[in-house]
Design a protein. Sequence first.
Length: 356
Amino acid sequence: MIFHYAPDSIARNLGIDWGTYGVHIFFVLSGFVITKSIVENSTSENHPFRYLGEFWIARMFRLIPLAYVAIFMVYFLSKIPLDNHFLYYNLLFSANFYTALTGKFFPYLLHFWTLGVEMQFYIIYPIILLLTRKNIPWALCLSFIVACATRILLVWNVAYVHPGSLLPWNADTFVLGGLLFWASSKAYFKSVVYSLIFIGLAIFINSVVARITDQHTSGLHPSLNDLFVAGLIGTLVFKNSVSNRIFSHRILVHLGKISYGIYVWHFSVLVLWDYLRDNYGHLYYGILSYVPLWVILTITTVAFAEASWYMFERRLNQLGRRIAASIRPARQCATASVSAGVHSASSGTATSGSIG
């Protein structure tokens, strides 16, 4: 949000692309959390693929409704016509494909390419984890190597105007989060985290210096820049660590709760800008002389996120979780009934009880 609202910040002038790092933090966290969810929930079942339905239903209720509200608000309010191609691709959460092929973004839905990447990750990644559940560490290591190689191949493929918006280009960040979760249960986890921070910081500083001295340098493989991000995220797992205590503060916890709304609205609310400024592009009453624009936009975004959370997001999330949770007990009861019936028929005695 800061990157988009204050693009000419000092940090960016120093060669730090905060927008890219923000997206990568988002993806590494997703890889960590989704791996944790899939591994912990699926391994407790005799048929782990049953958890896929629950997972997808919960994700659908979490992501789709608010995204659709924002898309249609932009569609009806934007003074820049929303091309049907943009509309359809965004409704199908595949705007990243359109951007990859054409290099085009729609101003008020500029950030939705990352939502497309995230949704495609939610569909594919759990299947890979479940298919390789007996060898997840090796599968994650192999996936990371393949993802890094794929990014290099996409650079050479001239068929894509903007390959950076594709899932294969960003897959290494997701898998890095998965590897971080796998390592979090090991005795050497702290050593891994501190190594990631040290090595990643050195690479990060090298990248900044390289960008300052040569704006056209490509630097090392982009995946290496995410090591520092992964290390910082890893410190959150440490009990009573400074970062753990900071991010456990109730204000930051609440911001985390409404963070999806902040993500969705922080570009979409700009559609209202044309209705609030005069012919010279300024807000009425010279308000920008007293309050910076990025402050106004930040307050507006958080206000929209708060409203959408309490008005419908929270209820839809609860509904999605209830529907997802109803799948497992129903199947377990059905399994118990069939098993009890078979046992009764074979032994000639009535049986009762429950099957865990």
